[in-house]
Design a protein around this ligand. Structure first.
Ligand SMILES: Cc1cc2nc3c(=O)[nH]c(=O)nc-3n(C[C@H](O)[C@H](O)[C@H](O)COP(=O)(O)OP(=O)(O)OC[C@H]3O[C@@H](n4cnc5c(N)ncnc54)[C@H](O)[C@@H]3O)c2cc1C
Length: 469
């Protein structure tokens, strides 16, 4: 059997982060009709941070949070754990979509990050945070050139960045595919264990009196009279003053929310813990940078506290026609085989290393490639969805916008284009599928062609629809 297939043979389909002894009990589902002030739908980062921030702003707020399966079952318990301060998915995307707001969004991102970390500390949530910054690696000459330009620009803007030529980069992390590296060590960017954040927030919310019901899917959500909402969850009804939709990539009863995002599947692997010899062969444990390669179909990978490597992204990312969030897309052997092959191309010296876990998750992708807030029914229903692969930090800010739109101490941020500008809706099927497929093929082609973007990508760039971080 080929090495990359052999490495997968005994892997278990389960998020590495879910597979821990400290995972809490799943709470009972809703079993009666109830009333509350604020209903939050979705037990991922957005829903959990929204409940906490609403409680911090109004201690007597009567809040109910419902989750269709269990807290952290969505992207929040399945991601790479890269904690990044960017709110709008990188500088280029920010400039494209929110001209003139880059500086303000940068400040808000730094503030959000500082508050997020302070909150984890205050509530004694051990997220296994490591402030390691992020290193971008070049694996083709075009990327070296593009990254070098970024480095010069960032350095002259005063950012704390370091450039590594091939030898220096390989001395940090030894992959024969690396040609150069750009280490961004500004601020507090780093890595965390995402499930521990979900579980920690869940514990804190219960202590603060938030009622949480798991295995409780929202089915319908309708206005009652001029100031209430009725939300049905299987056979019971929750009557509330306000509702926050924190359902991200999942189908939502409100069309305005559903048409904002498309579900893109992303796959990940985690290795067994590396032994001393394997660690010495790559040398990464000395710096532990979070790494991503400079490409459209980029890999993101990092080390865990117990010296495993998690590895995701690359060519395995997919949007499936007419499947949505259907679990038949979750455990597809070909996706993991491709990831495994790409892993050993990057680290051939780790031949023999096995993968212990394989899993997948759904990225809610918006046409502006970052979160989309919204509000309707005179401020009774709001939403914060669509973080597009960079939501570990940004969800706390999205949650803040969501509750401010519902009237919990609204601030000036609600006047920013980031909040007021409506995103372009996704086209209906089958146009959507053709569009995504065509674009993905163009991105793959550009990666093979030293990063050179073809006509289709140039057209999308001109329309601010090209995905460039
Ligand atoms: C594989 C993968 C890797 C990623 N890596 C990174 C990374 O390294 N760094 C980064 O910044 N971002 C990353 N992301 C993105 C990040 O994880 C998300 O942006 C973030 O977790 C979104 O949080 P959320 O709470 O909005 O959504 P989710 O975590 O998806 O939560 C939504 C919740 O709503 C629930 N729900 C849906 N519909 C209903 C309903 N009708 N009734 C009740 N409940 C419902 C779902 O079950 C789910 O638990 C990654 C995403 C994936 C999938």
């Amino acid at each position: 059997m080929q090495q990359h297939l052999e490495a997968l043979r005994d892997s278990k389909y389960c998020s590495l982060w879910h597979d821990q002894d400290i995972r809490p009990e799943v709470l009972p589902p809703l079993a009666e009709n109830i009333t509350c002030e604020l209903l939050i739908v979705g037990g991922g980062f957005t829903g959990l941070w929204a409940a906490l921030q609403a409680k911090e702003r109004q201690a007597d707020a009567d809040i109910v949070l419902i989750e269709k399966t269990f807290v952290g079952d969505g992207a929040s318990g399945r991601n790479g754990g890269f904690l990044n301060s960017s709110l709008a998915h990188g500088e280029t995307n920010t400039d494209h979509h929110f001209p003139g707001e880059a500086e303000k969004l940068h400040q808000l991102g730094q503030q959000n990050m500082a508050e997020l970390l302070e909150t984890l500390e205050r509530y004694n949530i051990d997220a296994r945070y490591e402030k390691v910054g992020e290193t971008e690696v070049a694996t083709n000459p075009g990327s070296v050139e593009a990254m070098r330009k970024d480095y010069e620009a960032e350095k002259s803007a005063g950012d704390d960045v370091a450039w590594f030529d091939q030898k220096e980069m390989q001395a940090q992390v030894n992959s024969p595919t690396y040609l150069a590296g750009l280490w961004r060590k500004d601020g507090q960017d780093g890595i965390i264990d995402p499930a521990r954040v979900c579980w920690g927030l869940k514990r804190v919310l219960l202590d603060l009196g938030v009622r949480i019901f798991e295995n409780t899917p929202l089915i319908t959500c309708k206005p009652i009279g001029s100031d209430k909402m009725n939300s049905t969850c299987l056979s019971h009804i929750i009557t509330s003053d306000k509702v926050l939709m924190a359902t991200n990539a999942y189908r939502n009863p409100l069309t305005a929310v559903s048409r904002t995002t498309i579900p893109v599947w992303d796959y990940q692997l985690a290795t067994e813990p590396l032994n001393e010899e394997q660690l010495a062969a790559i040398g990464w444990h000395k710096t532990r940078h979070a790494i991503g390669n400079h490409a459209n179909m980029f890999h993101y990978y990092r080390m865990t506290k117990d010296n495993r490597i998690t590895w995701g992204g690359g060519g395995a990312v997919r949007y499936y026609f007419n499947k949505g969030t259907d679990t038949s897309c979750a455990d597809i052997p070909a996706r993991f085989e491709q990831l495994s092959k790409e892993f050993f191309e990057t680290f051939p010296q780790l031949t023999g290393l096995k993968f212990s876990h394989r899993w997948s998750g759904i990225i809610a992708t918006s046409t502006r490639f970052c979160m989309v807030p919204g509000v309707t029914l005179n401020g009774r229903v709001a939403w914060a969805v669509g973080y597009t692969g960079l939501g570990v930090g940004a969800t706390r800010f999205g949650a803040r916008i969501g509750i401010e739109l519902l009237g919990y101490q609204p601030s000036d941020i609600l006047k920013m284009q980031f909040v007021t500008k409506k995103p372009m809706p996704w086209a209906p099927e089958p146009f959507r599928w053709f569009g995504v497929k065509f674009t993905q093929n163009a991105l793959i082609k550009a990666d093979k062609n030293n990063g050179k973007r073809g006509l289709w990508l140039k057209l999308l760039d001109a329309l601010n629809l090209g995905f460039t971080c």
